[in-house]
Design a protein around this ligand. Structure first.
Ligand SMILES: *Cc1c(COP(=O)(O)O)cnc(C)c1O
Length: 366
């Protein structure tokens, strides 16, 4: 069986460095908000190209805390509307709803599968205060257009970069293209920890100060609490592991790109639509290689019978989830079409040449 993801092999690439980092943290006797976290925050901000990085407990927390911080800074208030792609992982939507803000779902465009900037302006009302752009599957949303609209209507722009560490748009890295960005270091992401982790990146000093407090019970000075905050900090151990893996991120993304190019050049089947690198993007970091087929379910069964494990990202759209009942009746045909047709092929840095070859041959034989 070719498994969809192989985290054991992926992390074995760093085994001796990870063990050394573990030993250093163990020996330091300091396990939360220590030197490793500070070092990682500095390195990651410099990688992304923002002034600040603040490590938090997960990608969802990063998003939640950004919205909460804007509320504390009085830039957002209850029931303000946030424009968000309908085709996303539900975490993007949860972060909005949890903050008592209203998500306004926007249909995708099919070059990048991301939010269609041409469908944004129609949805803007006097309650619209922000756009949450998601860089889904590994390439950026059309940030140039999004930022132009945001400027015109004075909207905040936030990026969900959970799937696009290292993605480039307009010569800038994902995470530096907005007011604030949220990263996830969930183990399966392009930059993954050995547990949960996340970060906020921004060049806005007052936002940074607010988030530093919010992640730590709303406190900057010990036992003085200025906000109802969270306990959401990036562990010292995870920060140490991420420092090791960050050094290799570009190389890893290159390996993923090599595999993706082989798929793009060699998968030829009229029943299958391949993903594109949108003309407005400089690269794609292939968090997922998402193909489409009208006969998706049979394709998945056929691949499984031929010992290739695939996944669907995602089978149910957020607005169709039981958790979001209020939005279940929305009619979003393009989003539905994607959810009915998408299938993710195995693509990771430890996939062998012969496995890539076999996947191509098998997909072409469907
Ligand atoms: C993974 C993911 C998140 C959530 O990150 P966690 O670290 O799992 O909380 C948010 N948005 C998107 C698009 C994701 O893929």
């Amino acid at each position: 069986m070719i498994s969809f993801l192989d985290l054991k092999s992926i992390n074995r690439l760093y085994e001796s460095s990870l063990k050394k980092s573990f030993q250093e943290v163990l020996d330091s006797g300091w396990y939360i908000m220590g030197e490793k976290l500070q070092e990682f925050e500095k390195e990651f901000a410099s990688f992304v190209g923002t002034k600040y990085c603040i490590g938090v407990g997960s990608g969802l927390d990063a998003l939640k805390i950004i919205f909460k911080a804007y509320k504390e800074l009085s830039l957002l208030k209850d029931f303000d509307q946030v424009l968000v792609p309908a085709n996303t992982y539900i975490a993007s939507i949860i972060s909005i709803v949890e903050n008592n803000l209203t998500p306004i779902f926007i249909e995708p465009e099919f070059d990048s599968y991301n939010i269609d900037p041409n469908k944004i302006e129609d949805k803007i009302t006097n309650k619209t205060k922000a756009i949450l752009a998601v860089h889904l599957y590994g390439q950026c949303a059309n940030m140039k257009k999004i930022n132009t609209i945001a400027k015109k209507y004075n909207l905040l722009v936030i990026e969900d970069v959970a799937q696009a560490h290292g993605a480039l748009h307009d010569n800038k890295l994902a995470g530096s293209l907005s007011n604030a960005s949220a990263f996830s270091f969930y183990p399966g992401k392009n930059l993954g920890a050995l547990g949960d982790g996340g970060a906020v990146c921004s060049s806005d000093e007052s936002l940074k100060e607010t988030i530093l407090a919010l992640r730590n019970y709303g406190s900057k000075k010990k036992y003085e609490n200025i906000y109802i905050g969270y306990n959401s900090r990036l562990d010292e151990l995870q920060a140490a592991f991420l420092l090791v893996k960050l050094k290799k991120l570009k190389e890893i993304n290159q390996k993923r790109d090599d595999i993706a190019k082989r798929y793009l050049n060699s998968i030829k089947n009229p029943k299958i639509t391949l993903p594109k690198i949108a003309s407005f993007n400089d690269n794609h970091v292939w968090h997922l290689f998402v193909i489409r087929s009208k006969d998706r379910d049979n394709l998945q069964k056929y691949l499984s019978k031929n010992k290739i494990q695939t996944q669907i990202h995602y089978p149910i759209a957020p607005h169709k989830q039981k958790a979001l009942k209020k939005y279940n009746s929305l009619d979003l045909p393009l989003t539905k079409k994607l959810h009915d047709e998408v299938l993710s092929l195995p693509l990771h840095e430890c996939l062998k040449d012969s496995e890539v070859e076999y996947i191509i041959k098998t997909v072409n034989g469907f």
